[in-house]
Write a protein that binds this ligand. Structure first.
Ligand code: HEC
Length: 368
C-alpha cells in the first residue's frame, strides 16, 4: 500500500475526541425506587392474568381470551418483551392501549392502580420472558438520526431523501432501507440507492449488510454495535465498497440521547481513495409521549485517506427535528438541513427521512 502523505490517525483521533468524552460521562442515577416484584406479581395475577394469562402468554382456548380482539400481546416472548421499553408499557397500563395506538381492549388502569403499583406490575411483566436478558432492551433504542448510525437492531423500513443544493446542478438522492432482525441481537439490512442529478435518474447502488450489538449496559443506558455493509455500484466501472462501522448510543441526564458512529468507506479497487466518517448527535427527549416534535443537533466530520496535500477534513452541522407521526411513533419523520462548516462543493443539503417500525404493526395503525 502506498504511503499516505498525511498521517490519518491524528486527524481521525481529533474528530473522535468528542465522542470518546461523551462515553466517559457518569452513569445515570437509577430511576425512582427499586420496584417491588412480589407486589407486582400480586397485581398481575389479580388484574392482568385474566387476559394475558399468569405466565404472560394468553391461553387461546380460554373463553375470556377468545372473546378479545385483537389477542393480547404475548408478554412471555423474549424478543417482544425485550424490545418494548418499560416506559411505554407504563403509558399503556396507565392510559390504556389507545394511548400508544394499540387497541382499547387493553384497559387503562390509571384509576385503579397508583403510580407505584403500575411501576411494580410493569417491572414484574418485564420478568415474564425467560431468556430475554440475551436481547438488547428497548430502553436503548434511541431516535433514528439522519447521518449518525444507530446501534439498536430494528425491524424497520426507512426512506431517506437528500437534496444537495449545488450551483447549477442539484442532486437528489433517495435511499430505501429494509432492516430485519435475526438472532437475539443482530440485524440484516438491504439498501437501494437512487440518484437524480437532473440528467440521469437511476439506481446507482445496492447495499447489503449486517449489524450486531457488541455490548450494552441497561443501568448506564449505553449500547455499542458493530456492522459491515458492502456497497455494489450498478455502474460496472465503479468500485465496490466495504463499509465497516461502530455505533454507540447513550442516554444521559434522563432526557438527552447521545449517539455517535465511526465509519470507514473502503473502495475495494483502491483503499487509499477511501475515507473515515464520524457523526454524533444529541436528541432532546423532553417528554415520554412519542407523538411529539423533538429537536436534535448533529455534527459530522469526514476525513479522506488521501487528502491531496491539503487539509481536506470536512465538517458539517445538521440541526433537525423528529416528528412522531403515529400515537406510538412507529411511523416517524425527520427533517434537517446539513450546513458545511468547511470548504465544500455544496451549499446546503436538505434531508428528510421517514421510518416505519413494522414490528409495531401496520403503517396505518395509530394515526388518529
Ligand atoms: C381485558 C383484557 C386485558 C387486561 C385486563 C389487560 N390487558 Fe394488557 N393487553 C390486552 C390486549 C388485547 C392487548 C393487545 C393490544 C393491541 O395489540 O392492540 C394488550 C397489550 C398489553 C401490552 C403490550 C403493549 C405493547 O407494547 O404492545 C402490555 C405490556 C400489557 N398489555 C400489559 C398489561 C398489564 C400489566 C395488565 C394488568 C395491569 C394488563 N395488560 C391487563 C388485554 C388486556
Amino acid at each position: 500500500m502506498k504511503r499516505l502523505r498525511h498521517p490519518i490517525l491524528p486527524r481521525v483521533l481529533a474528530a473522535a475526541l468528542p465522542l470518546l468524552t461523551a462515553a466517559a460521562l457518569p452513569a445515570l442515577a437509577a430511576e425512582g425506587s427499586t420496584p417491588d416484584l412480589e407486589a407486582g406479581r400480586r397485581t398481575f395475577d389479580s388484574v392482568c392474568a385474566a387476559c394475558h394469562g399468569p405466565t404472560g402468554h394468553a391461553d387461546p382456548e380460554n373463553p375470556t381470551v377468545k372473546a378479545l380482539d385483537p389477542q393480547p400481546a404475548d408478554l412471555s416472548d423474549p424478543l417482544f418483551n425485550s424490545r418494548e421499553p418499560a416506559e411505554d408499557w407504563r403509558i399503556v397500563v396507565t392510559h390504556g392501549g389507545q394511548a400508544l395506538g394499540l387497541s382499547a381492549t387493553m384497559p387503562a388502569q390509571g384509576a385503579a392502580l397508583n403510580e407505584q403499583q403500575i411501576r411494580d406490575v410493569v417491572a414484574y411483566a418485564k420478568t415474564l420472558a425467560p431468556g430475554s436478558e440475551a436481547y438488547p432492551p428497548g430502553e436503548l433504542n434511541f431516535f433514528l438520526p439522519i447521518r449518525t448510525k444507530k446501534a439498536f437492531p430494528e425491524d424497520e423500513i426507512v426512506w431517506k431523501s437528500r437534496l444537495t443544493d449545488r450551483d447549477g446542478a442539484d442532486v437528489w438522492r433517495n435511499v430505501l432501507e429494509v432492516e430485519k432482525r435475526f438472532g437475539k441481537r443482530s440485524m440484516g439490512v438491504v439498501e437501494l440507492v437512487h440518484e437524480d442529478d437532473g440528467t440521469d435518474s437511476e439506481i446507482t447502488e445496492v447495499e447489503v449488510g449486517a449489524k450486531t450489538v457488541l455490548h450494552w449496559n441497561l443501568a448506564r443506558r449505553s449500547i455499542l454495535s458493530g456492522a459491515v455493509v458492502v456497497a455494489f455500484p450498478t455502474d460496472g466501472d465503479a468500485s465496490e465498497e466495504i463499509i465497516p462501522y461502530l455505533a454507540y448510543g447513550r442516554l444521559f441526564a434522563e432526557r438527552w440521547m447521545f449517539q455517535s458512529s465511526a465509519r470507514l468507506i473502503l473502495p475495494v479497487d483502491d483503499v487509499d481513495m477511501g475515507e473515515a466518517e464520524f457523526a454524533a448527535v444529541v436528541h432532546y427527549r423532553w417528554t415520554q409521549w412519542p407523538r411529539r416534535v423533538f429537536p436534535a443537533l448533529e455534527f459530522t466530520a469526514t476525513a479522506p485517506f488521501d487528502d491531496g496535500g491539503g487539509d481536506s477534513m470536512q465538517w458539517t452541522v445538521l440541526p433537525q427535528l423528529r416528528f412522531g407521526l403515529t400515537r406510538g411513533a412507529h411511523v416517524a419523520l425527520s427533517v434537517g438541513a446539513e450546513i458545511p462548516l468547511s470548504d465544500q462543493s455544496y451549499d446546503t443539503r436538505w434531508h428528510l427521512s421517514l421510518l416505519w417500525d413494522f414490528a409495531d404493526g401496520s403503517f396505518f395503525k395509530g394515526w388518529r
